[in-house]
Structure formats: structure tokens, C-alpha cells
Write a protein that binds this ligand. Sequence first.
Ligand code: DX5
Ligand code: ZN
Length: 217
Amino acid sequence: MGILAPSILSADFSNLSQQIRLTEMAGADWIHCDVMDGQFVPNLTFGPVVVEAARKVTRLPIDVHLMIKNPDNLIEEFFKAGADFISVHFEEVVHLNRTVKRIKDFGIKAGVAINPSTPVSSLENIAEYIDLLLIMTVNPGFGGQSFISNSFKKITEAAELRKKLNANFLIEVDGGINKETISRVRDAGCDVFVAGSAIFHSENIPAETAALKNLIK
Ligand code: DX5
Ligand code: ZN
């Protein structure tokens, strides 16, 4: 059974609690929070205060994706805000093993995200310690972009790496996930599916949520 993680990046922030409830009632499994600092990526979104707000309206696991420089500086704040998962970018963290351990020491789950041009093999020496491997299937920074087609092989490579290491991380994809791409992504071996604009820019958030959920059953 696939895990559907709607990204609130594309939600109507003037009505965030209602948007989260609409997708949750229709079967969303996690809530994905795209944190951007305008430095690591060319966009600026939100900080722990929005995660705290989401925490108040949902009991679903909150999956925080830190697209920021120096993520170590904010791990504790996002933990206190209510994050259940915190993913940092491989490209940004020098002492990744220490950062992953720090996240897990708070008793929450640790993920590592890789950009489209970063090979899965880069995670060979951290993969056995992480709970989530987040494969960016668009260039990070904005919702509504098109799925980068060579991502399929990265999903398969991640599944092969997990098998080789006898690891147990979940494979998550983020970017360009919609009714047209989700089945092939599932077949490639994905476990967690982040979808932002497909859900929150649709005519009917619950119907779109249910339709995507149905495709990853
Ligand atoms: C990019 C963001 C997006 C977002 C999903 O930095 O991380 O990938 O979550 O966006 P959609 O589903 O609209 O492509
Ligand atoms: Zn994300």
C-alpha cells in the first residue's frame, strides 16, 4: 500500500487548516511540508511556525523536507514544532551521519533527499542509517513542475541499494506526481508519493486525493 503525502506548498495558505482536513478526510497518509530558505533553493516558503499550525489540525505524520542551508541549525525547532520526519539534502550537509543521528536522537525519523543530478550511489554509506530516501523528481524550489524522466531509474536504484544493504528506509519521490506519472513511479518501487499541485490546484481536493490514493493501493 503506497503512502500519499500531499505537499502543502501548493495549498491555499489563507485556508490551510481546511485544506489539510480536506485531503486528510479523503485518505492522505502524511502531510509534506516543503521548507525553503531562498538560499539552498531560489524560493522562500515557511518555517517551524507553519509546521506547528499543521500539527494543531492533523494527527497525520508530518514529513518536513528541509531545502535550506545549514539545516542542523533548525532541527530542534522543527522537532519541537511537531515534525515526525525531517529530511535534509545530501548536497548541503557536510557531516551527514552526525546530522542523521541528531534527528534520530530526538526520537523522530531521519531522511536524506537528493537532487535530480545527484546519484543514488552517493548515499551508499548513509543508507543503512536513514528511515527515508527522498528522490527529487523535479529541481527543488517550486511546485507545478514536470517530472524529470530519468528519475525512474533512480527509484529502481534506490530499491536495489536497500536490498543490497538489507536496509529498511522508505523510498519517497517529490515533484511532478499526478495521475499520469504515479503508476509508473509506483511500479519503479516507490513507497511514499509527494503531490502538491495535483491535489491542491485541482477542482476537488478530496476527489483528487482519493484518485491518487487509489492508484497506489
Ligand atoms: C519542490 C517541491 C515540490 C512539491 C511538490 O521543491 O518539493 O516538489 O513538494 O510539487 P508538485 O507536486 O506540485 O510537483
Ligand atoms: Zn518536498
